[in-house]
Design a binder for this molecule. Structure first.
Ligand SMILES: O=C(O)CCC(=O)C(=O)O
Ligand SMILES: [Fe+2]
Length: 368
Protein backbone atom coordinates (compact mmCIF):
# COMPACT_ATOMS: atom_id res chain seq x y z
CA UNK A 1 0.00 0.00 0.00
CA UNK A 2 1.48 3.40 -0.90
CA UNK A 3 2.20 5.84 1.88
CA UNK A 4 0.55 9.24 1.87
CA UNK A 5 3.88 10.84 0.85
CA UNK A 6 4.11 8.53 -2.17
CA UNK A 7 0.55 9.37 -3.14
CA UNK A 8 1.24 13.11 -2.99
CA UNK A 9 4.49 12.61 -4.90
CA UNK A 10 2.53 10.98 -7.71
CA UNK A 11 0.51 14.19 -8.17
CA UNK A 12 2.96 17.08 -8.08
CA UNK A 13 1.54 20.58 -8.08
CA UNK A 14 3.61 23.29 -9.66
CA UNK A 15 3.92 26.40 -7.61
CA UNK A 16 6.45 29.16 -7.44
CA UNK A 17 8.61 28.36 -4.44
CA UNK A 18 10.60 31.48 -3.77
CA UNK A 19 8.37 34.09 -2.24
CA UNK A 20 9.15 37.28 -0.35
CA UNK A 21 9.24 37.42 3.42
CA UNK A 22 5.70 38.69 4.05
CA UNK A 23 6.73 40.29 7.34
CA UNK A 24 9.06 42.65 5.52
CA UNK A 25 6.49 44.09 3.07
CA UNK A 26 5.05 47.55 3.76
CA UNK A 27 2.61 47.44 0.83
CA UNK A 28 0.58 44.73 -0.82
CA UNK A 29 2.37 43.72 -4.04
CA UNK A 30 0.27 43.38 -7.20
CA UNK A 31 0.86 39.62 -7.20
CA UNK A 32 -0.96 39.41 -3.83
CA UNK A 33 -3.85 41.72 -4.75
CA UNK A 34 -7.12 39.88 -5.21
CA UNK A 35 -9.50 41.92 -7.30
CA UNK A 36 -12.80 40.07 -6.90
CA UNK A 37 -13.24 40.67 -3.24
CA UNK A 38 -15.96 43.35 -3.23
CA UNK A 39 -17.95 41.35 -0.71
CA UNK A 40 -14.82 41.02 1.38
CA UNK A 41 -15.24 44.18 3.43
CA UNK A 42 -18.84 43.30 4.38
CA UNK A 43 -17.75 39.87 5.38
CA UNK A 44 -14.83 40.81 7.49
CA UNK A 45 -14.32 38.59 10.59
CA UNK A 46 -15.46 41.41 12.89
CA UNK A 47 -18.89 41.49 11.18
CA UNK A 48 -20.13 38.05 12.07
CA UNK A 49 -23.81 37.63 12.81
CA UNK A 50 -24.48 36.03 16.20
CA UNK A 51 -27.64 34.30 14.90
CA UNK A 52 -25.78 32.33 12.32
CA UNK A 53 -22.93 30.70 14.13
CA UNK A 54 -21.19 27.38 13.72
CA UNK A 55 -22.46 25.00 16.47
CA UNK A 56 -20.18 24.47 19.48
CA UNK A 57 -20.61 20.93 20.85
CA UNK A 58 -19.57 19.61 24.24
CA UNK A 59 -18.22 16.09 23.73
CA UNK A 60 -19.31 15.20 27.27
CA UNK A 61 -22.93 15.81 26.29
CA UNK A 62 -24.76 12.45 26.10
CA UNK A 63 -26.45 13.78 22.94
CA UNK A 64 -23.12 14.63 21.28
CA UNK A 65 -23.65 12.31 18.33
CA UNK A 66 -27.11 13.76 17.55
CA UNK A 67 -25.83 17.32 17.88
CA UNK A 68 -22.88 16.51 15.63
CA UNK A 69 -25.23 14.97 13.04
CA UNK A 70 -27.38 18.10 13.03
CA UNK A 71 -24.32 20.36 12.71
CA UNK A 72 -22.94 18.23 9.88
CA UNK A 73 -26.20 18.30 7.90
CA UNK A 74 -26.81 22.01 8.36
CA UNK A 75 -23.24 23.35 8.28
CA UNK A 76 -20.68 20.67 7.38
CA UNK A 77 -18.61 22.04 10.27
CA UNK A 78 -18.76 22.31 14.07
CA UNK A 79 -16.53 23.20 17.00
CA UNK A 80 -15.87 20.83 19.88
CA UNK A 81 -15.03 21.53 23.52
CA UNK A 82 -14.25 19.01 26.29
CA UNK A 83 -12.52 16.89 23.66
CA UNK A 84 -9.87 15.63 26.06
CA UNK A 85 -6.85 17.33 24.46
CA UNK A 86 -4.86 19.00 27.25
CA UNK A 87 -4.68 22.79 26.96
CA UNK A 88 -0.92 22.52 27.53
CA UNK A 89 -0.59 20.42 24.35
CA UNK A 90 -2.55 23.03 22.36
CA UNK A 91 -0.27 25.75 23.78
CA UNK A 92 2.78 23.64 22.93
CA UNK A 93 1.79 23.04 19.30
CA UNK A 94 1.02 26.75 18.94
CA UNK A 95 4.47 27.51 20.30
CA UNK A 96 6.06 25.14 17.75
CA UNK A 97 4.20 27.00 14.97
CA UNK A 98 5.14 30.43 16.30
CA UNK A 99 8.78 29.46 16.71
CA UNK A 100 8.94 27.84 13.28
CA UNK A 101 7.40 30.72 11.34
CA UNK A 102 9.45 33.34 13.16
CA UNK A 103 12.71 31.74 11.97
CA UNK A 104 14.64 33.81 9.39
CA UNK A 105 13.44 33.23 5.84
CA UNK A 106 16.70 31.56 4.72
CA UNK A 107 16.39 29.05 7.59
CA UNK A 108 12.79 28.13 6.70
CA UNK A 109 13.81 27.67 3.07
CA UNK A 110 16.32 25.02 4.16
CA UNK A 111 13.27 22.87 4.85
CA UNK A 112 11.40 23.92 1.68
CA UNK A 113 8.94 21.47 0.17
CA UNK A 114 10.34 19.93 -3.01
CA UNK A 115 8.25 20.41 -6.21
CA UNK A 116 6.98 16.83 -6.15
CA UNK A 117 6.97 16.46 -2.38
CA UNK A 118 4.40 17.06 0.28
CA UNK A 119 6.29 17.75 3.49
CA UNK A 120 8.15 20.90 4.42
CA UNK A 121 7.87 24.66 4.22
CA UNK A 122 6.15 26.55 1.41
CA UNK A 123 3.11 28.14 -0.13
CA UNK A 124 -0.30 26.49 0.17
CA UNK A 125 -0.59 23.55 -2.25
CA UNK A 126 -3.79 25.08 -3.65
CA UNK A 127 -1.81 28.15 -4.84
CA UNK A 128 -1.32 26.62 -8.28
CA UNK A 129 -5.05 27.00 -9.00
CA UNK A 130 -5.13 30.77 -8.50
CA UNK A 131 -3.62 33.63 -10.46
CA UNK A 132 -2.81 35.56 -7.27
CA UNK A 133 -0.68 34.61 -4.29
CA UNK A 134 -2.05 34.06 -0.80
CA UNK A 135 -0.94 35.97 2.27
CA UNK A 136 0.21 32.94 4.23
CA UNK A 137 2.99 30.41 4.68
CA UNK A 138 2.65 26.77 5.54
CA UNK A 139 4.56 23.79 6.84
CA UNK A 140 3.33 20.26 6.12
CA UNK A 141 4.26 17.20 8.15
CA UNK A 142 3.55 13.64 7.03
CA UNK A 143 4.86 10.94 9.34
CA UNK A 144 7.92 11.87 11.34
CA UNK A 145 9.04 15.53 11.29
CA UNK A 146 12.58 14.52 12.28
CA UNK A 147 14.44 15.15 8.99
CA UNK A 148 12.71 18.49 8.38
CA UNK A 149 13.11 19.71 11.95
CA UNK A 150 16.81 18.86 11.84
CA UNK A 151 17.10 21.26 8.91
CA UNK A 152 15.32 23.99 10.87
CA UNK A 153 16.86 23.47 14.30
CA UNK A 154 20.10 21.49 13.94
CA UNK A 155 20.84 21.75 17.69
CA UNK A 156 17.54 21.18 19.43
CA UNK A 157 15.09 19.59 16.99
CA UNK A 158 14.12 16.89 19.50
CA UNK A 159 11.91 19.01 21.70
CA UNK A 160 9.89 20.19 18.66
CA UNK A 161 9.62 16.62 17.35
CA UNK A 162 8.32 15.35 20.68
CA UNK A 163 5.49 17.90 20.73
CA UNK A 164 4.47 17.19 17.14
CA UNK A 165 4.49 13.43 17.70
CA UNK A 166 2.40 13.81 20.83
CA UNK A 167 -0.04 16.14 19.06
CA UNK A 168 -0.32 13.73 16.14
CA UNK A 169 -1.03 10.80 18.46
CA UNK A 170 -3.70 12.76 20.34
CA UNK A 171 -5.40 13.99 17.15
CA UNK A 172 -5.41 10.47 15.72
CA UNK A 173 -7.42 9.23 18.70
CA UNK A 174 -9.73 12.23 18.62
CA UNK A 175 -10.28 11.88 14.87
CA UNK A 176 -11.31 8.24 15.33
CA UNK A 177 -13.70 9.21 18.10
CA UNK A 178 -15.24 12.01 16.03
CA UNK A 179 -15.47 9.83 12.95
CA UNK A 180 -17.32 7.23 14.95
CA UNK A 181 -19.73 9.84 16.37
CA UNK A 182 -20.34 11.13 12.84
CA UNK A 183 -20.99 7.61 11.55
CA UNK A 184 -23.29 6.91 14.47
CA UNK A 185 -25.25 10.07 13.67
CA UNK A 186 -25.88 8.57 10.21
CA UNK A 187 -27.06 5.28 11.74
CA UNK A 188 -23.88 3.46 10.66
CA UNK A 189 -22.41 1.02 13.18
CA UNK A 190 -18.85 -0.26 13.44
CA UNK A 191 -19.97 -3.61 12.00
CA UNK A 192 -21.63 -1.85 9.06
CA UNK A 193 -18.43 -0.09 8.23
CA UNK A 194 -15.86 -2.87 8.40
CA UNK A 195 -14.37 -0.58 11.00
CA UNK A 196 -11.00 -2.28 10.99
CA UNK A 197 -10.23 -0.74 7.61
CA UNK A 198 -10.68 2.69 9.12
CA UNK A 199 -8.53 1.96 12.16
CA UNK A 200 -5.44 2.74 10.13
CA UNK A 201 -6.41 6.27 9.15
CA UNK A 202 -3.76 8.29 7.34
CA UNK A 203 -3.11 11.90 8.16
CA UNK A 204 -1.04 14.99 7.50
CA UNK A 205 -0.42 17.90 9.83
CA UNK A 206 -0.54 21.36 8.30
CA UNK A 207 0.81 24.37 10.21
CA UNK A 208 -0.36 27.70 8.76
CA UNK A 209 0.76 31.23 9.50
CA UNK A 210 -1.04 34.37 8.33
CA UNK A 211 1.27 37.32 9.01
CA UNK A 212 -0.16 40.80 9.61
CA UNK A 213 -1.04 42.40 6.30
CA UNK A 214 -0.71 46.06 5.21
CA UNK A 215 -3.90 45.88 3.07
CA UNK A 216 -6.10 43.06 4.40
CA UNK A 217 -9.24 44.01 2.43
CA UNK A 218 -7.51 43.20 -0.84
CA UNK A 219 -5.54 40.16 0.33
CA UNK A 220 -6.49 36.51 0.79
CA UNK A 221 -4.97 34.31 3.49
CA UNK A 222 -6.16 31.03 2.06
CA UNK A 223 -8.55 30.88 -0.89
CA UNK A 224 -11.89 29.08 -0.76
CA UNK A 225 -11.52 25.31 -0.88
CA UNK A 226 -12.89 22.10 0.57
CA UNK A 227 -10.59 19.57 2.23
CA UNK A 228 -9.95 16.26 0.42
CA UNK A 229 -10.17 14.43 3.76
CA UNK A 230 -12.72 12.39 5.66
CA UNK A 231 -12.54 15.08 8.32
CA UNK A 232 -10.19 17.84 9.41
CA UNK A 233 -9.55 18.93 13.01
CA UNK A 234 -8.35 22.50 13.19
CA UNK A 235 -6.77 24.34 16.07
CA UNK A 236 -6.74 28.14 15.64
CA UNK A 237 -5.03 30.62 17.95
CA UNK A 238 -7.23 33.38 19.37
CA UNK A 239 -7.27 35.42 16.14
CA UNK A 240 -10.31 35.30 13.81
CA UNK A 241 -9.93 34.76 10.10
CA UNK A 242 -11.47 31.39 9.22
CA UNK A 243 -14.78 31.64 7.36
CA UNK A 244 -17.09 28.90 6.18
CA UNK A 245 -19.63 29.17 3.39
CA UNK A 246 -23.20 28.28 4.18
CA UNK A 247 -25.84 27.84 1.49
CA UNK A 248 -28.36 30.66 1.72
CA UNK A 249 -26.27 32.68 4.19
CA UNK A 250 -22.89 33.25 2.58
CA UNK A 251 -19.56 33.54 4.40
CA UNK A 252 -19.69 33.12 8.17
CA UNK A 253 -16.74 33.66 10.51
CA UNK A 254 -15.78 30.81 12.85
CA UNK A 255 -14.77 32.70 15.99
CA UNK A 256 -12.01 31.12 18.08
CA UNK A 257 -13.40 29.40 21.19
CA UNK A 258 -10.84 29.04 24.03
CA UNK A 259 -9.62 25.44 24.00
CA UNK A 260 -12.02 24.58 21.17
CA UNK A 261 -11.25 22.68 17.98
CA UNK A 262 -13.01 23.16 14.62
CA UNK A 263 -14.07 19.99 12.78
CA UNK A 264 -14.72 20.14 9.02
CA UNK A 265 -16.52 17.53 6.98
CA UNK A 266 -14.16 16.68 4.09
CA UNK A 267 -14.92 15.55 0.53
CA UNK A 268 -14.59 11.83 1.36
CA UNK A 269 -17.04 11.97 4.25
CA UNK A 270 -19.43 13.85 1.96
CA UNK A 271 -19.19 10.92 -0.47
CA UNK A 272 -19.60 8.34 2.29
CA UNK A 273 -22.70 10.17 3.61
CA UNK A 274 -24.16 10.09 0.08
CA UNK A 275 -24.18 13.87 0.03
CA UNK A 276 -26.03 14.30 3.35
CA UNK A 277 -23.12 16.04 5.03
CA UNK A 278 -21.76 18.91 2.91
CA UNK A 279 -18.01 19.19 2.53
CA UNK A 280 -17.72 22.71 3.83
CA UNK A 281 -16.19 25.41 1.62
CA UNK A 282 -13.86 27.55 3.71
CA UNK A 283 -11.30 30.33 3.38
CA UNK A 284 -9.11 32.52 5.57
CA UNK A 285 -9.01 36.32 5.67
CA UNK A 286 -6.11 38.25 7.15
CA UNK A 287 -5.79 41.33 9.34
CA UNK A 288 -3.54 44.31 9.90
CA UNK A 289 -2.87 43.82 13.60
CA UNK A 290 -2.09 40.29 14.70
CA UNK A 291 -0.52 37.22 13.16
CA UNK A 292 -2.92 34.27 12.93
CA UNK A 293 -1.80 30.66 13.35
CA UNK A 294 -3.62 27.42 12.72
CA UNK A 295 -2.81 23.71 12.85
CA UNK A 296 -4.90 21.40 10.68
CA UNK A 297 -4.98 17.63 11.23
CA UNK A 298 -6.04 16.34 7.82
CA UNK A 299 -7.44 12.87 8.33
CA UNK A 300 -8.25 10.38 5.60
CA UNK A 301 -8.65 6.64 5.18
CA UNK A 302 -5.76 4.34 4.21
CA UNK A 303 -4.93 5.46 0.62
CA UNK A 304 -6.24 2.31 -1.12
CA UNK A 305 -9.53 1.74 0.72
CA UNK A 306 -12.56 2.31 -1.52
CA UNK A 307 -14.87 5.04 -0.26
CA UNK A 308 -18.44 5.10 -1.57
CA UNK A 309 -21.91 6.16 -0.41
CA UNK A 310 -22.71 3.80 2.45
CA UNK A 311 -25.26 1.11 1.56
CA UNK A 312 -27.43 2.13 4.52
CA UNK A 313 -27.85 5.54 2.95
CA UNK A 314 -28.71 4.21 -0.49
CA UNK A 315 -32.12 2.90 -1.56
CA UNK A 316 -34.74 3.09 -4.29
CA UNK A 317 -35.46 6.74 -3.42
CA UNK A 318 -31.85 7.57 -2.64
CA UNK A 319 -29.62 6.52 -5.50
CA UNK A 320 -25.86 6.64 -4.83
CA UNK A 321 -24.69 10.10 -5.81
CA UNK A 322 -21.01 9.22 -6.11
CA UNK A 323 -18.83 6.55 -7.66
CA UNK A 324 -16.50 4.72 -5.31
CA UNK A 325 -13.03 6.18 -5.11
CA UNK A 326 -9.86 5.63 -3.06
CA UNK A 327 -8.15 8.56 -1.34
CA UNK A 328 -5.22 7.95 -3.64
CA UNK A 329 -7.43 8.30 -6.75
CA UNK A 330 -9.30 11.24 -5.29
CA UNK A 331 -6.12 13.21 -4.55
CA UNK A 332 -5.22 12.76 -8.23
CA UNK A 333 -8.63 14.09 -9.27
CA UNK A 334 -8.28 16.99 -6.86
CA UNK A 335 -4.79 17.84 -8.15
CA UNK A 336 -6.32 18.13 -11.63
CA UNK A 337 -9.79 19.57 -11.05
CA UNK A 338 -9.45 21.22 -7.62
CA UNK A 339 -12.87 22.56 -6.49
CA UNK A 340 -14.63 20.65 -9.31
CA UNK A 341 -13.20 17.30 -8.15
CA UNK A 342 -16.36 16.21 -6.32
CA UNK A 343 -18.52 16.76 -9.38
CA UNK A 344 -16.19 14.59 -11.47
CA UNK A 345 -16.93 11.59 -9.21
CA UNK A 346 -20.65 12.36 -9.06
CA UNK A 347 -23.02 9.86 -10.67
CA UNK A 348 -26.16 11.99 -10.60
CA UNK A 349 -27.28 15.34 -9.22
CA UNK A 350 -28.51 15.35 -5.60
CA UNK A 351 -32.24 15.91 -5.13
CA UNK A 352 -31.57 19.29 -3.50
CA UNK A 353 -29.86 20.42 -6.72
CA UNK A 354 -32.87 19.25 -8.70
CA UNK A 355 -35.05 21.38 -6.46
CA UNK A 356 -32.71 24.29 -7.07
CA UNK A 357 -32.98 23.72 -10.80
CA UNK A 358 -36.78 23.57 -10.54
CA UNK A 359 -36.79 26.76 -8.54
CA UNK A 360 -34.57 28.47 -11.10
CA UNK A 361 -36.82 27.22 -13.90
CA UNK A 362 -39.93 28.45 -12.09
CA UNK A 363 -38.36 31.84 -11.48
CA UNK A 364 -37.29 32.17 -15.08
CA UNK A 365 -40.82 31.21 -16.21
CA UNK A 366 -42.23 33.98 -14.03
CA UNK A 367 -39.80 36.44 -15.50
CA UNK A 368 -40.51 35.24 -19.02
O1 LIG B 1 -6.11 28.37 8.83
C1 LIG B 1 -7.26 27.94 8.83
O2 LIG B 1 -8.10 28.33 9.64
C2 LIG B 1 -7.71 26.97 7.80
C3 LIG B 1 -6.63 26.11 7.24
C4 LIG B 1 -7.14 25.19 6.18
O3 LIG B 1 -8.23 25.30 5.72
C5 LIG B 1 -6.29 24.08 5.70
O4 LIG B 1 -5.10 24.00 6.11
O5 LIG B 1 -6.79 23.27 4.89
FE1 LIG C 1 -8.85 23.54 4.62
Amino acid sequence: MPSLSEVYRAYPVHIQHKHPDLNSLQELPESYTWTQLEEHANNHPSNCSPNESVPVIDLNDPNASKLIGHACITWGVYQVVNHGTPMTLLDDIQWVGETLFSLPSHQKHKAARSPDGVDGYGLARISSFFPKLMWSEGFTIVGSPLERFRQLWPQDYNKYCDIVMQYDETMKKLAERLMWLMMESLGITKEDLKWDQFKKTCAALQLNSYPTCPDPDRAMGLAAHTDSTLLTILYQNNISGLQVHRKGTGWVTVPPVPGGLVVNVGDLFHILSNGLYPSVLHRVLVNRIQQRLSVAYLCGPPPNVKICPHEKLVGPNQPPLYKSVTWNEYLGTKAKHFNKALSTVRVCAPLSDLFDVNETLRNSEQVG
